[in-house]
Design a protein. Structure first.
Length: 202
């Protein structure tokens, strides 16, 4: 699953840039390219930070799942692509199960911890999985996970997962709330680049 975020410039902004540049109007494409890329890099940094305000996710590999295609003179638009599978539920806020109580978890910070019991009465629990050995006979690292019984019987078991990076970062509560800041950052970058050109920068 993937989510694309595109940073673009409208005609009104383009006209305003040309007006401000005056005799240096031919520098407009360079101004746009540099400003869009500055804003896109800032956006790539802000997205995981904003996601963690909304979602109760622990140390995530979120940054590795966000790629950036920079703007160029021939293509004045930067694209941020978010990919990744659903994160195992253990990477969100969890509480270990007790003798009678199932494990609890929550994916969002605005929700309370919820006991994980299936519709058929199967309870979730947190356990450590032994990954066995690799092809060279070396022991693989163990990992903790949240498993749930599908019924009241001991088996079968399923591994519980939460949302993926595309789901979290593409959520209206994350990207939607961040969009005004992205536009503000873009305009700030444009003005910086205009001043740089006017002062004789390249």
């Amino acid at each position: 699953m993937a989510e694309n975020i595109t940073v673009l410039i409208d005609e009104r902004t383009l006209k305003d840039i040309r007006t401000k540049l005056g005799n240096l109007e031919k520098k407009t494409p360079n101004v746009l390219k540099n400003a869009i890329n500055m804003a896109a890099r800032k956006t790539r940094k802000m997205l995981p930070e904003k996601a963690r305000e909304r979602y109760a996710i622990k140390g995530s590999k979120m940054k590795k799942n966000i790629s950036l295609t920079s703007a160029s003179i021939s293509n004045l638009g930067a694209k941020i692509k978010v990919k990744g599978r659903p994160h195992q539920l253990i990477y969100f806020q969890t509480r270990k199960n007790g003798v009678r109580m199932a494990a609890k978890a929550r994916g969002r910070n605005d929700r309370s911890l919820k006991e994980l019991i299936s519709s058929t009465g199967g309870k979730a629990f947190i356990t450590t999985i032994d990954n066995g050995e690799d092809q060279n006979g070396n022991r693989n690292r163990k990992h903790r996970t949240v498993l749930q019984r599908l019924t009241k019987s001991r088996y079968p078991l399923v591994t519980l997962a939460g949302p993926s990076d595309p789901e979290m970062l593409g959520n209206q509560d994350v990207y939607g709330n961040l969009e005004p800041s992205i536009q503000q950052e873009l305009m700030k970058s444009i003005n910086k680049q205009i001043q740089r050109v006017i002062r004789g920068g390249r």
